[in-house]
Design a protein around this ligand. Structure first.
Ligand SMILES: Nc1ncnc2c1ncn2[C@@H]1O[C@H](COP(=O)(O)OP(=O)(O)OP(=O)(O)O)[C@@H](O)[C@H]1O
Ligand SMILES: [Mg+2]
Length: 283
């Protein structure tokens, strides 16, 4: 078992105010309920890991938090301000408080690493070109990539791309960072480096971090708290130790990575067989 990350140390009242508050959020697509009343709170300097099976709504939840998706019910507040209550201009300003690292890093392929970061600063700040150049170097230094400024995305590795995506997400000094499967496609050593970066940035910059991951080793390494989503609801929430010892058989199966168990016995095969063959194949 890897060491537990140090807990956020600022215990002042302001620090205890949630940076992100998600209250009873419901989202449906084409009449299918995906999120069915999700609530969570994120505080400064804290790293919360979201766990849950494929398709349970983790990325959807991140899209609601960045304000890209309006929930059918419930609300999201950033720094105490509700998205729904904010005017469009204020909503845009709120969005700049949230940085997101997409699974693919989503870099502009025709721009150098440095330009990929500069373009965000050019779009959202009144800074001069000289100031932007300095900031780009600072952001690249933060992720250990000063030397890669002039390279194109096609000239760097997957792990480096992820770090460039991270530098870009940090360009506007967000209060919150969202990570959608930051470990996807990385070897274990590179992933450990990205994990360390996530933890360090959270601690040093006092950022609230929400990380969706399937990598349990990584989750244990970085999480102060874990939230287990299942069928659009929070099934369990707590410290990594608490989740590791959870009695729910669905959580136990997920943590063990077993193919057999309550998560896989969902009756889908039966329904499928019934629709296809007119009879059940499983007893
Ligand atoms: N824009 C959309 N229109 C219709 N259905 C959608 C849309 N976005 C997501 N869904 C559906 O919502 C469900 C949840 O998707 P989501 O991407 O949030 O899952 P996830 O938990 O992130 O899964 P994974 O671990 O595989 O990334 C899926 O069944 C998906 O097909
Ligand atoms: Mg996803």
């Amino acid at each position: 078992m890897t060491g537990h990350p140090p807990t956020p140390n600022d215990a002042s009242a302001a620090a205890r105010e949630p940076v992100v508050e998600v209250n009873d959020v419901h989202v449906s697509f084409c009449g299918r309920a995906i999120l069915r009343g999700v609530s969570l709170r994120l505080h400064r300097g804290e790293t919360v890991v979201i766990l849950g099976g494929s398709g349970c709504g983790k990325s959807t939840l991140l899209r609601v938090i960045i304000g890209a998706l309006v929930p059918d019910r419930g609300e999201v507040s950033l720094l105490g301000r509700s998205f729904a209550a904010a005017a469009p201009a204020e909503r845009d300003a709120m969005r700049t408080q949230v940085g997101i690292l997409f699974q693919s890093a989503a870099l502009f392929q025709s721009m150098t690493v440095g330009e990929n970061i500069a373009c965000v600063l050019r779009e959202h700040t009144p800074l001069t070109d000289d100031e932007i150049e300095i900031l780009v170097r600072i952001k690249l230094e933060m992720v250990g990539l000063r030397h890669a400024e002039e390279l194109l995305p096609s000239e760097i590795s997957g792990g480096m791309k992820k770090r460039v995506g991270l530098a870009r997400a940090l360009a506007l000094n967000p209060a919150v960072m969202l990570y959608d499967e930051p470990g996807a496609g990385l070897d274990p050593v590179t992933l450990a480096g990205v994990d360390r970066l996530i933890s360090t940035l959270g601690r040093v910059l006092n950022i609230a971090s929400l990380v969706v991951t399937h990598e349990m080793q990584s989750a244990r390494r970085i999480a102060h708290r874990m939230i287990f989503l299942h069928e659009g609801r929070v099934l369990a929430e707590g410290t990594p130790e608490r989740i590791a010892e959870h009695a729910d058989p669905r959580i136990r199966q997920f943590l063990r990575g077993d193919a057999q168990g309550p998560l896989s016995d969902r009756g889908v095969d039966d329904d499928y067989a019934l629709a296809l063959l007119g009879r059940k194949v499983l007893s």
